[in-house]
Design a protein around this ligand. Structure first.
Ligand code: UDP
Length: 328
């Protein structure tokens, strides 16, 4: 019988791509999403959508009792560094308190295996680049602190209740599939913002800081394709089946600066993309690049999209077809 996976946030950007992959592989999928950031149109492949909020214990309990999942993949979260400074309570509520509800209901229903969308933000300002999983974790913004706090909660629930967890620490999710792409409101992520210029929706890009200690002075990030992230989630189910818990970085192991992204986007789109330097954005480390060795060793995972231009090409194709996101 097919394994059944409950996917919180399965109507969101990374969650929806993961759901589509799971359905292709014939898993049964139930999505739990409050549609605050997710999109009904992003639910594909015959996955079942249960609209609900993680704050709503009664609804969660009903969904667990109805569907009796074997595993949980937990994507639903607030995920903007800037917003987390202005409204830390929202972040602790969604990413810790409401997520604790989920774990509580899982344990009540004897579901003891979860894959958690964590973040490289748990490390804070890296002590070295590339960063490996055992490096110090000193998150510098409320968002990263909530992700690390939930990792700690999972570790404590492993010890207390035998709850097994794989925390996947994403670097910068990017790109799109033919059907599914990145649609946030407001959009704050670099690649979709840059692509708004050739779409005629923005006049130019603001580069947040050019005085970082990086080769061209702009921040360096590790962009990893959303389909590769999805594939890693499926592989991580194998760790849970073995009754193990792990923390694993998901990145390409290559860093690209903000200016590299703008230049690559000009090349992909064939359009000039004007930019101007603005002040630094609060909470941005200079360079975040994954040490990707553990993902290869433990998950057998190798990203298939390793070129920045190819990743941007997939995003460009989707944004050209959906210039206003799923509203198109
Ligand atoms: N960035 C920028 N201009 C923008 C949006 C982002 O210069 O309009 C920079 C941002 O400061 C960071 C990098 O691009 O250094 C990636 O930012 P994004 O928000 O995409 O991802 P994050 O690294 O915050 O997860």
């Amino acid at each position: 019988m097919a394994e059944k996976i409950l996917v919180t946030g399965g109507a969101g950007y990374v969650g929806s791509v993961c759901v589509a992959l799971l359905r292709e592989k014939d898993y049964e999928v139930v999505i739990y999403d409050n549609l605050s950031a997710g999109h009904r149109e992003a639910v594909t492949g015959g996955a079942k959508l249960e609209v609900g909020d993680l704050a709503d214990r009664a609804r969660l309990t009903e969904v667990f009792a109805t569907h009796t999942p074997d595993f949980v993949m937990h994507f639903a979260a607030s995920c903007l560094v800037g917003e987390s400074y202005h409204d830390p309570i929202l972040y602790y509520r969604n990413n810790v308190a409401n997520a604790a509800n989920l774990v509580d209901v899982m344990i009540e229903h004897d579901v003891r295996a979860i894959i958690f969308s964590s973040s490289c933000a748990v490390y804070g300002e890296p002590v070295r680049v590339p960063m490996t999983e055992d490096d110090p974790k000193n998150p510098i913004n409320p968002y990263g602190k909530t992700k690390l706090t939930f990792e700690h909660l999972l570790e404590d629930c492993d010890a207390a209740h035998g709850l097994k967890s794989v925390a996947l620490r994403y670097f910068n999710a990017a790109g799109a599939t033919d059907e599914l792409g990145e649609d946030h409101d407001p959009e704050t992520h670099l690649i979709p913002i840059v692509l708004k210029v050739p779409l005629g929706l923005l006049d130019g890009v603001e580069v947040f800081g050019d005085d970082y200690p990086t080769p061209d002075g702009t921040c360096v990030r590790d962009y990893v394709h959303v389909s590769d992230l999805a594939a890693a989630h499926e592989s991580a189910l194998g760790i849970l089946r073995q009754g193990k818990s792990e923390r694993i970085n998901l990145g390409n192991g290559n860093g690209f600066s903000v200016l590299d992204v703008i230049r690559a986007s000009e090349h992909v789109t064939g359009k000039n993309i004007p930019s101007k330097v603005s002040p630094r954005r609060r909470g941005d480390p200079a360079a975040l690049v994954a040490g990707a060795g553990k993902a290869a060793d433990v998950l057998g995972w190798q990203p298939s999209y390793t070129s920045l231009e190819t990743i941007i090409e997939t995003a460009w194709k989707w944004h050209k077809e959906h210039p206003h996101g799923y509203r198109d």
